[in-house]
Unconditional design. Structure first.
Length: 180
């Protein structure tokens, strides 16, 4: 056999000897068995752990994204509610301002009417006072003039008063149609 191996070795330098092939196969089988029993399960465990971590991280990321979406939806709902509340408050304030404006206008109108009425009452009182004073002055002047024209004294109070009143009534009667 050695002769055939030697002959074969002499023929092709790339083909190893049979004993090298057998021992290489035995070593390869032992290394393969150890790899299969010890190294391969460790690799599979490490790969399974990494896969689990990655899938867990993806699940956590999806859960965080779902929570963020929910928080965003709640925020947008609260923002919409706040905007609606602000619009309602603004409308209420405008209505209240309009109501206050109308109340102030009504109060101003009432105050103006009261001031006008008070002024008219004062004017009427002053007019009555002036008319009474003018009647008195006019009466005295009329009595003096009448006394001078008639030539007698009209000192008697009752007679003088009656004459003055009659004279003033005639003046009122004459001036009333002209004033209308």
């Amino acid at each position: 056999m050695t002769t055939t191996v030697l002959a074969a070795a002499q023929q092709n330098p790339l083909i190893p000897a049979v004993y090298d092939i057998v021992w290489s196969a035995v070593c390869l089988a032992i290394i393969g068995f150890v790899f299969w029993k010890k190294v391969l399960p460790t690799f599979q465990k490490v790969l399974a752990d990494r896969t689990e971590k990655i899938e867990g991280g993806i699940a956590k990321a999806e859960q965080a994204q779902a929570q963020a979406q929910q928080a965003l939806a709640e925020y947008q709902a609260q923002l919409a509610d706040a905007r609606a509340e602000a619009a309602r408050i603004r409308d209420d304030a405008r209505a209240e301002a309009e109501k206050i404006k109308e109340e102030l206008y009504a109060k101003a109108q009432a105050e103006a009417a009261r001031i006008i009425a008070q002024g008219n009452n004062q004017l009427a009182a002053q007019r009555a006072q002036i008319v009474a004073e003018l009647r008195g002055d006019l009466g005295r002047m009329a009595v003096d003039l009448a006394g001078r024209v008639v030539g007698e004294s009209l000192e008697d109070e009752a007679r003088r008063r009656g004459t003055v009143d009659r004279f003033l009534d005639e003046l009122d009667a004459v001036s009333a149609p002209a004033g209308k």
